[in-house]
Ligand binder design. Structure first.
Ligand code: SF4
Length: 289
């Protein structure tokens, strides 16, 4: 049996959040640089300059990229050989709380959707769990902004609407969203499963690295076609027109019922903050006495 200490998890989550709110991955920055180079609309080019300049300022002054420091989404991959003598979700939430309080990050979570009373430490995080072989704990974490989340959609299509119906639904979602999800976007598309599985697939899709190529040829073709068609919509950076509406499209699929064609679109704004850590469990002697 193996164990990852509670304090290691708390420190890791706190550190990842404090870093990720002010820094974008290199591949995301490269994609923005590339979009700026290829942008034909002068206003859109100027906005892309501002997005890159904003990143430089956030880094050099140690401040968040955006005032909305998000709801914390966490995907856990939990090694089956790990043993926990504490509440793993509670440890994640302690890390979130410490990061948001000590880092003076905006607290955006209300205890009940209707009473709107702030929890004052940005907890609870939304935590998803999966089991994997071995003794590692992989934590993927993303502070997800409200603007892009609000423009995300899910629809139970009829199977007869097929591939083109699905593409149209994705394009309509992005057109209707306009500037509100703060494009250029990373577009996560979930196809199949059922109602909740489909949303989960879309959320997980936006956490895939931009350079990640899916092994599923049907999904890959869809990613390529969607990327091309989304960038022809002329939504552009911040919805003011231009070539760069999205810098990446990621599709995740799952088997589904013969009567269903679920599709979910989760939008990631240009503050595409995320982080990942792999913690290796230390061997422990476990005796049954
Ligand atoms: S959608 Fe993203 S960039 Fe826009 S305000 Fe929210 S977190 Fe900031």
């Amino acid at each position: 049996m193996y164990k990852v200490e509670r304090k290691t998890i708390i420190e890791s989550v706190k550190g990842m959040l404090l870093e990720s709110v002010k820094t974008l991955d290199k591949e995301v920055l490269d994609a923005f640089e590339n979009a700026r180079e290829n942008e034909r609309n002068p206003l859109a080019k100027n906005i892309l300059d501002k997005i890159l300049e904003n990143h430089e300022i956030a880094n050099s002054k140690d401040i968040p990229l955006c005032q909305d420091t998000g709801i914390v989404v966490c995907f856990l991959e939990i090694g089956r050989e790990l043993y926990f003598d504490y509440d793993l979700d509670e440890a994640i939430n302690v890390g979130v709380s410490q990061a948001y309080i000590e880092g003076y990050l905006r607290k955006s979570i209300v205890r009940h959707p209707l009473n709107r009373i702030n929890t004052m430490d940005n907890t609870p995080a939304v935590i998803h769990h999966e089991f994997i072989p071995g003794n590692k704990l992989i934590i993927h974490i993303a502070p997800k902004g409200g603007g892009s989340e609000n423009m995300s959609t899910l629809k139970m299509l009829s199977p007869s609407e097929g591939r083109e119906g699905l593409i149209q639904f994705v394009l309509d979602t992005i057109t209707k969203g306009g500037g509100r999800p703060c494009p250029p976007l990373i577009v996560g598309v979930g196809i199949g499963g059922n109602f909740e599985k489909c949303a989960w697939l879309a959320k997980k899709a936006i956490l895939r690295p931009l350079g990640d190529v899916t092994e599923n040829p049907v999904d890959r073709e869809l990613e390529i076609e969607l990327m091309e068609r989304i960038n022809k919509l002329d939504v552009g950076p911040m919805g003011l027109g231009g070539d760069a509406t999205c810098i990446g499209v990621k599709v995740n699929s799952f088997p589904c019922h013969i009567a269903s064609l679920p599709v979910a679109v989760n939008l990631q704004c240009h503050s595409a903050r995320k982080s990942e850590v792999t913690l290796i469990g230390k061997e422990i002697n476990h005796t049954n006495n």
